[in-house]
Design a protein around this ligand. Structure first.
Ligand code: FAD
Length: 256
């Protein structure tokens, strides 16, 4: 079984800067793996441990810096790691991000059975990439997944939790699952895993490799334009709670 895990590198700072086009200025920013993608990797490794012939490919669209998170995925146990990177990809919105990922998966991992993504990115936080990717690939998807019970070459059985309602779905493969909860089995790479990972070359592909033109990607190809980016003003008011007032509330609670 071939499992693909979509991983994104996100800024590891609170003090973010913006470009003139209202995109994040990622120059010199400290970065880390998106939290939900760590969970996605753990679910993939968990499935791999059940199926001897299963293999995991981690894929990311981003700048060269994203090689770090792909190296980490290899250390965690992925067999392959792919970076989709090109100057022209810069400024891509969620739709174009999904389009680039779909081209990369179709061309370089054509025999995939299951795609696992995080439910949302810590920075962009739109939750749009997983569903857009499934749409581009024309495959079924389940979002808000809290458990992947089983998956093989033919089907995947997952539980979804939306508004405290749990639904269980069985999908035929190939399919996509977006996870919003950590896998009970967490894999933490050790120093030897990092040394082993170094022997696997990370594959890097650009726009030409994917058959995409400059007009189809980046700011030019993206239908979304960020109109304004700003920090919300948070006002704090101090409310003095008088002793009697607090006692009345406590009395009310304990009487009920
Ligand atoms: P979500 O949809 O919340 O992510 C859910 C899951 O999708 C993730 O957990 C992960 O599994 C997967 N996923 C998301 N993004 C990727 C990825 N890149 N690679 C692999 N898997 C992924 N971002 C930039 O980095 N550089 C830019 O220049 C840039 N310009 C933008 C311009 C515009 C007009 C807009 C609207 C957005 C721009 N972004 C840019 C943000 C970018 O579109 C999103 O951050 C990102 O591609 C996905 O959206 P999200 O963060 O909301 O992810």
């Amino acid at each position: 079984m071939n499992i693909v895990v979509c991983i994104k590198q996100v800024p590891d700072v609170d003090d973010i800067k913006w470009t003139n086009e209202n995109n994040l200025d990622r120059q010199g920013m400290l970065s880390k793996l998106n939290s939900a993608d760590e969970w996605a990797l753990n679910w993939a490794m968990n499935l791999k441990s059940k199926f001897k012939e299963a293999s995991v490919t981690a894929i990311s669209m981003g700048p060269n810096q994203a090689l770090d998170v792909l190296e980490y995925a290899l250390a965690k146990g992925a067999e392959r790691a792919i970076l989709l990177s090109d100057k022209s990809f810069s400024g891509s919105d969620t739709l174009i991000t999904a389009k680039i990922l779909s081209h990369g998966i179709e061309k370089y991992i054509p025999d995939y059975n299951l795609i696992i993504t995080g439910q949302k990115a810590d920075d962009g936080d739109t939750e749009q990439v997983p569903v857009s990717l499934a749409q581009y690939l024309n495959i079924p998807d389940v979002t808000h997944t809290v458990e992947i019970h089983n998956a093989d070459k033919n089907s995947a059985l997952v539980s979804q939790n939306i508004d405290s309602e749990v639904n269980m779905y069985e999908m035929t493969t190939p399919c996509l699952v977006a996870v919003k909860k950590e896998c009970p089995k967490i894999i933490t790479p050790r120093i030897n895993d990092y040394i082993r990972a170094e022997s696997t070359a990370i594959e890097v592909y650009g726009a030409n490799d994917l058959g995409l033109t400059q007009e189809q990607t980046g700011i030019i190809g993206s239908p979304t334009v960020v109109y304004r980016a700003f920090r919300p003003q948070i006002e704090k008011n101090t409310v003095e709670i008088k002793e009697n007032y607090a006692r009345n509330i406590l009395d009310m609670i304990f009487k009920v």
